[in-house]
Design a protein around this ligand. Structure first.
Ligand code: GRF
Length: 213
């Protein structure tokens, strides 16, 4: 079991996927607090509906990123949070947050890192002409979309895919990957070893991802 704090900015569908897994009893996680930096974040309503403590902490009320992160850390600590889950959180986090939760901040990115970091990853992937796209759950370090990779999932890009269809299909994949990564953390099976994340008792992978031509 792990107590997580989830940081959001927008629709919060990843938060919803986590809440759904918890409700179904398939994720050993308790959400101690959801923090949104924008009042418009629909994820706040998702948290309310699930009866999860939630809070709006508007970054514009703080002079620096560090001051904002210090307030976030204080709120997360007060809620007993052990693992910080960035789920569509559109702020760069600083070492203030990372030092408070060393090796305990996760993020999800809608691309197969290290390709297509930053904004509009799905658009970048499509424009580049990749045949395979996907999503990455990683631990967060001080560089954007860079920390050690926990899990990745891939999908085949179809010739008829648009940015919207690709984003939708990747998001569906994210909803599987993020709870899975949190479950591994909850089971204390993840160890960071440099750039690598070791997964204890990992099942051998046999699958090859082959496109259907
Ligand atoms: C996801 O695509 C995630 O990978 C990215 O932001 C999006 C958040 O979606 N970091 P949601 O708010 O969870 O619906």
């Amino acid at each position: 079991m792990v107590t997580a704090g989830v940081l959001i900015s927008g629709s919060g569908t990843n938060l919803q996927a986590i809440l759904d897994r918890i409700a179904a009893g398939t994720l050993d996680c308790r959400i101690g607090l959801v923090i949104a930096n924008r009042a418009t974040a629909a994820g706040l309503e998702r948290a309310r509906r699930a009866g999860v403590p939630n809070r709006l902490l508007d970054h514009r009320a703080f002079a620096t990123r560090e001051a904002y992160d210090a307030a976030v850390v204080e709120a997360l600590r007060a809620a007993g949070v052990e693992l910080v889950v960035l789920a569509g959180f559109d702020r760069l986090v600083t070492r203030v947050l990372l030092a408070a939760f060393p090796g305990r901040v996760m993020n999800i990115h809608p691309a197969l890192l290290p390709a297509f970091k930053g904004l509009h990853a799905q658009r970048q992937a499509l424009a580049y002409g990749v045949r395979i796209a996907g999503a990455t759950v990683h631990f967060v370090d001080e560089e954007t979309d860079h920390g050690p990779i926990i899990l990745q999932g891939a999908i085949v890009v179809g010739s008829d895919d648009t940015e919207e269809t690709l984003a939708r299909r990747i998001l569906a994949l994210e909803h599987e990957l993020y709870p899975a990564a949190i479950q591994l953390f909850a089971e204390r099976r993840l160890t960071i070893d440099g750039r690598h994340v070791r997964i204890a008792c990992e099942r051998p992978t046999s699958s090859r991802l082959l496109p259907e031509w």
